[in-house]
Design a protein around this ligand. Sequence first.
Ligand SMILES: Cc1ncc(COP(=O)(O)O)c(C=O)c1O
Length: 374
Amino acid sequence: MMLDFSRQFASIREEVLGAIEAVCASQRFILGPEVARFEAAAAAACGVAHAVGCASGTDALWLAMAAVGVGPGDAVVTTPFSFFATVSAILRCGARPLLADIDAATYNLRPEAVMEVLRSASGVKAVMPVHLYGQCANWDAFGAMGREHGVMLVEDAAQAFGASWRGVAAGGLDAAAAFSFYPTKNLSAFGDAGMVTTQSADLDERIRMLRTHGMRRRYFHDEVGWNSRLDSIQAAVLEVKLRYVARGNERRRQLAVRYDELLRGAGLAGGSIAEGIVLPFTDPRAEHVFHQYVVRAARRDALREYLTARQIGSEIYYPLPLHMQAALAGLGYKAGDFPVSEQAAAEVLALPMYPELREDEQEIVVAAIARFYQ
Ligand SMILES: Cc1ncc(COP(=O)(O)O)c(C=O)c1O
């Protein structure tokens, strides 16, 4: 029940298969007309001037940072409470990741914690907030930080297609942004795919150059780029799904309100973790798209086991903060360095959330949680 892809596919089957068939008929599999069409439509949806399709969200992060000039000798500040790619993309640019703790209510990077890093570290070129679970990071604070401290801001908007901050859509909040269209995302491809957005024509040109081996002219390489193009077939699928994403996000928001009401109604959300579970917090300045609906529970692992035994899907995003990952031991952090992230990693639980989730299924989820706490 966590995520049933077949429900969405059933509703758009003919459109998607028709779009894939058109690519097969043209045999233009790399950067075909579907890619340009999807890029234009996605840019319009995000309210940005430019969108560049690429092979994954991870590549999109790397392309965005490389395009704004992050490279060896630079540092980039980000969150330890995210998917691994947030930090690995910084390393792949040859730069040094510096971490700062999160806000306990939104789970997003805490601006004051980033400011402490900016005061103590040198060489910080960029800050990369992640719009975790589909809610934009505090862009009042990050926007001001970019202007006042001369750092570039790159959004990790992998989980936030259609989200906004004070009416400005994710992807257009600052220099450049990265999206993922991994199959579990709210706008998803039939495989790996990603996109970088920017308002700058210069950055757009650089990103396009970097995604095709640093070529501006065929077989003349100005920089060492990468092969990170968006397949025409994926663009064709995305072009169809883009038509439905706003409606899907709206449904996610309705389902989130309904979860809140059902969980409160069952007496499970008394406000503190000691009294049951803590509901997601929505910042009134942010339009949340509920890519994930995430609650907190003190006995999270036992609750998850209980739900799993009853065939109720749930997921932990993420069980181990990035500063404690074996692969990132070289960063020099240790357990205890980011206590808010560490506590979140021990307590968060994502409940089933996707536009096709049925209301009776939501009731089953909440009833099971209620039985666990009886
Ligand atoms: C916050 C975040 N950043 C980056 C990525 C990387 O995206 P992808 O899996 O498309 O490479 C993801 C998704 O997996 C993500 O959730």
